[in-house]
Design a binder for this molecule. Structure first.
Ligand code: RTP
Ligand code: MG
Length: 145
């Protein structure tokens, strides 16, 4: 694969309430920037249930949906638009797999995530999973951009 195989694109990154509460915003953004990606928008906010329900609409029939939305509105989050070559897949690699217990060491979730003491998996970060998801999520969180 050559570098031209991966286009410059944008993804939505969220440092979830557990990451903000544990003072890991800088650590997440450090890893993003160290990889060579650019932060092109950044906001600290406490989201409402309407936004989170739309953000996680694909999971609305899952048993963990209510707990997930409740967790995501439980405190401030940091939402960012991150730009770079292949950043959608690349940030998912930096984040690691969903369950922190099985996420690889070296990833954000593998190094920092916890899945105990809560009704929902607390895994520090969200990253868009496809170009379609990225466009949809950026529109939800940063409608002016
Ligand atoms: P995210 O959307 O937050 O970036 O996470 P993801 O793609 O790795 O995982 P996804 O399947 O989209 O799930 C969204 C979030 O729901 C919680 N979850 N809990 N109890 C469970 O089995 C379960 N499965 C998912 C996690 O917080 C996950 O990040
Ligand atoms: Mg997901």
């Amino acid at each position: 694969m050559t570098t031209s195989d991966t286009a410059t694109e944008r993804t939505l990154v969220i440092v979830k309430p557990d990451g903000v509460a544990r003072n890991l915003v800088g650590e997440v953004l450090r890893r993003v920037e160290a990889k060579g990606y650019s932060i092109v928008a950044l906001e600290l906010r406490t989201a409402d249930t309407d936004l989170l329900a739309r953000h996680y609409a694909e999971h609305e029939d899952k048993p963990f949906f209510a707990s997930l939305v409740e967790f995501m509105v439980s405190g401030p989050v940091v939402a960012a638009i991150v730009e770079g070559h292949g950043v959608i897949e690349g940030f998912r690699s930096l984040a690691g797999s969903t369950k922190p217990t099985s996420a690889a060491p070296g990833t954000i979730r593998g190094d920092l995530g916890r899945e105990w003491g809560s009704a929902v998996v607390q895994n520090i970060v969200h990253g868009s999973d496809s170009p379609e998801s990225a466009a949809r999520e950026i529109g939800l969180w940063f409608p002016a951009l």
